[in-house]
Each structure stands twice: as C-alpha cells, then as structure tokens.
Design a protein around this ligand. Structure first.
Ligand code: GDP
Ligand code: MG
Length: 441
C-alpha cells in the first residue's frame, strides 16, 4: 500500500494545486489501496465519496505540496471515520455495571474478558467474571485460569446450578455480584465459527437476562471482507454499543476497523494486542489510520513541515521581494533556521520516497554544515550582511577567525549566497515566494 501511494504522490508532486483530474486519479488509486488493506467495498466507496468532497473544497497548506496535502486529507478522514476521540466505558448509575462480550468463536472474547477484568481492577473496581460459554468443554476452565491471573473471581455454573443453561448462569451472576458488592460484571459468551441463528438467539437471551450497560462486539483484526456481514449480524441480533479489535499484534493492516466502525456506528473502545493480559490498550484512531495507510514516516514528515513553517516569515519575505528589496544574508540565515527547525536534514530527506538510499551521501550536508554557515553569518556585521560586496580580504579573514573556519569556507558561502540572491531577484517580481497557494474552490 505504501509503495502504491508513494507512486501516486510522486505523480502529483510539483503541481501547484489539485485539479479535479488529480483528485479523481488519486481517488481511484486510494480506492484500490484500501481494498488491498481489506476494507470492505461499500465502506471504501463511502469513504472515497467523502474524500473527493473534502479535497475539492480544501485549502492547500502553504507548507505542503499537493501530494502531501492529499495524504493529510486521507489521514484526517480516516481518523474521523475511526471515531475521532476515543470513548470510555459507560458505567451504570446503579452498580453493578454489566459488560457483555459477543463475537465469533476465536475472536478473542474470553481473552478480552481477562484483560478487561485486570484493567478495571487496576482502576480500583471490583469486577466479577461470568462464564456463560458452556458450549466448548474447556471454555469455563480457560476463563478460570485468566481470572486467577487477574486476581478476579470467576462465577461459573456448579453441578445442580445452571449447568447447561447460560441464561440461568448469567441471571444468577448478577444476584451474586450484588450480594458480594461487585461493581462490574463481565459476561463472557459462546461463539460459533460462523454466524448462526441459535447462537444469536442465545446471546439475545443472555442480554435480556442481564440488561447490559455495554455490549462489546469483539472482532479479529485479521478478518477481511467478512467483517461487514459479521458486524451486521451482531448489530441486528444482539445490538452493539462498543467494539474491540483483537489480534492487532498481527501484521494485518486492519481494514476491518474501518468496516466495522462504519457498519455499527459504535465506537472502537479497546485494542487487544497479544495473548497476555497486559497486551491491551485503549483504541487510538490516529494510530489505526496510520496503520491502514501504511505511511507513518510520510505523516511524520507532514507534521514537521507544518510546524516548522512560519507563515509570517514567508509572507514578509514575499512582500519584500515583490517590493523589489534585496534578499540579504539575514534573510538567508532566517531560511536556514526555518529548515533546521524541521530536524536533521538527512532524516527529512530519508522520509521522502526514494531518498532513503541517499541518506549517507546527504550526511555531509547535515547539521555540522548548517552550524558552520550559521556561525559565519553571525560573525558578520549588520552592514556586511546587508551588502556582502563590502566584504574584502581583511574582513573575510576577520569573519573566518571569528567563526572558527577557514577563509575558503567564507568564500564558498559568499559565492553560494550570490547565486541564491541572483535566483531570488529573478523569481521575486515574477511570483513572490513559492508556497502561497489559494484554495482550489
Ligand atoms: P473466544 O473464542 O472469542 O473466546 O476467543 P479466545 O479468547 O479464546 O481467543 C482465541 C485465541 O486467540 C486464543 O488462542 C487466544 O490466546 C488468542 N488471542 C486472543 N486475543 C489475542 C490477541 O490480541 N493477540 C493474539 N496474538 N492472540 C490473541
Ligand atoms: Mg471464549
């Protein structure tokens, strides 16, 4: 996906603003890319429609090229769909709060039950785990092991008490929780390998028996196109208030996150990231968006470019050049400092598509070089900075000594500056400074 997008954006690079044709071409490619990440087709379609709308009306940030601007919009829209800010669990006004887990077999419900219990206990709650999966022979035992690790009591059927009837166990567990002053009840349920009417009925019956405050749908992040059908079945069969994505430690891109979020409209509350109880985190929409896009480095670069960009400074410079004023060594220094604020130059270039291999050669251009140039300019008097022509041999020697470099270094800098000044003179009256793009409305 990353390679594909890099390809698209290379095509866009260098254009001044986004045209409708650009947006359409890009949208087609992003559509394919999302499908590759296993986002379900109808979800992709809806997403692309919104993306086009936004891209057409968008201002192009002056610090970004159009390619970067598109990535930024795609990323923001992904974060939006995935839920913006993360939501917390809803607690009941009158304890106990009841949390019911639902999902296909193997999706990670029982594991999540243990993780939630541990997490909530750590927050000072008194949870009770309830074993309502009586279908798999080992399911009760599995929950008891996890409860033991979390240090949380497990309510399970005993002989003569609800054996074989998960609805009865669920109902009794609430009574037990009240008696033993538990403030949270976590109900683990059975799943099937596929969606099946009997399983859904049983889940609905358990729901009716315990009146949950949250029904959490657990889904394996590795499932692809099936995510939509499964989420719809649970949405309609039991009703979902929240989602947990499990197995995010795998290498799946996690397109299912987008599909489920779109289908259920319910927030993704947590991420399950391993088999151990600690492998658990609140869900971060921004991280998930980056993962689905597979362009973490590019996104970092965009953020840095934006933060380093000093709009005022650029505008001042443009005004100055438009007014026919000269580009001075002070301006040159300002520009260097603005670039430096973005971090080591070899890092920045390393993040650009195709530039990674050049990192070593670029190291030469790096920090030390900038420090040297900065030192030289700072050793000059204001008069010299305004009008470098007055810098004769003895001044060059004084500047070199003052900044700890050789006269040759000073000469090199002055030559380079003369070139830059010439270029600015040509560009200034023509178009001011680059980067002053207007919205493409
Ligand atoms: P259930 O059938 O829905 O209760 O699923 P389980 O909780 O029994 O999990 C099924 C399998 O997936 C078990 O082997 C778990 O150890 C494993 N599992 C659950 N959650 C995760 C996770 O987040 N990451 C990984 N790598 N494995 C998980
Ligand atoms: Mg289970």
């Amino acid at each position: 996906l990353s390679d594909r997008l890099t390809g698209i954006f290379a095509k866009l690079k260098g254009k001044g603003r986004l045209t409708d044709a650009d947006i359409d071409a890009t949208a087609r490619e992003i559509r394919l890319a999302l499908l590759e990440a296993d986002v379900a087709l109808p979800v992709v379609k809806a997403f692309i429609a919104r993306l086009k709308e936004r891209a057409r009306g968008a201002d192009v940030h002056a610090a970004l090229n159009p390619a970067q601007q598109v990535i930024k919009i795609v990323h923001e829209e992904l974060v939006n769909v995935l839920g913006g800010e993360a939501r917390r669990l809803q607690f009941a006004k009158h304890p106990p709060t009841v949390i019911m887990l639902a999902g296909l077999q193997g999706s990670g419900k029982t594991t999540l039950a243990g993780k939630l219990a541990r997490h909530l206990k750590g927050l000072g709650h008194q949870p009770l785990l309830v074993a309502c999966d009586l279908q798999r022979p080992n399911a009760v035992n599995q929950l008891q092991v996890l409860g033991g690790r979390a240090g949380v009591e497990v309510y399970a059927p005993q002989p003569g008490n609800g054996v074989g009837d998960p609805v009865q166990v669920a109902r009794d567990s609430i009574e037990h929780a009240r008696r033993t002053m538990r403030d949270i009840v976590i109900v683990d349920t059975a799943g099937r390998l596929g969606i099946d009417a009997e399983m859904m009925r049983q889940a609905a019956n358990i729901r009716d028996a315990v009146q949950p405050d949250e029904v959490i749908f657990v889904i394996d992040a590795m499932v692809g196109q099936d995510a939509v059908a499964t989420a719809e079945a649970f949405r309609d069969g039991v009703g979902i208030t929240g989602v947990v994505l499990s197995k995010l430690d795998g290498d799946a891109r996690g397109g299912a996150a987008l599909s489920v979020r779109e289908v259920t409209g319910s927030p993704i509350l947590f991420a399950s990231t391993g088999e151990k109880l600690e492998d658990f985190d609140v869900f971060h929409p921004d991280r998930m968006a980056s993962r689905i896009l597979g362009m973490g480095d590019m996104l970092t670069l965009i953020e840095q470019a934006e933060s380093a960009f000093d709009a005022d400074q650029k505008e001042k410079m443009a005004a100055k050049l438009m007014g026919g004023q000269t580009f001075t060594l002070d301006d040159f220094l300002d520009q260097l400092i603005a670039v430096r604020r973005m971090g080591p130059i070899s890092n920045l270039l390393g993040m650009l598509p195709g530039m990674g291999q050049m990192k070593d050669q670029l190291a030469e251009l790096d920090d030390k070089h900038f420090d040297k140039v900065t030192a030289i300019i700072r050793s000059m008097t204001p008069g010299e900075r305004n009008d470098p022509k007055i810098i004769n041999g003895s001044r060059r020697l004084r500047i070199a000594n003052g900044s700890g470099v050789t006269v040759m270094d000073v000469n090199q800098l002055l030559n380079r500056f003369a070139d830059a000044q010439k270029m600015m003179k040509q560009m200034g009256p023509m178009m001011g400074m680059p980067g002053r793009r207007k919205a493409t409305k």
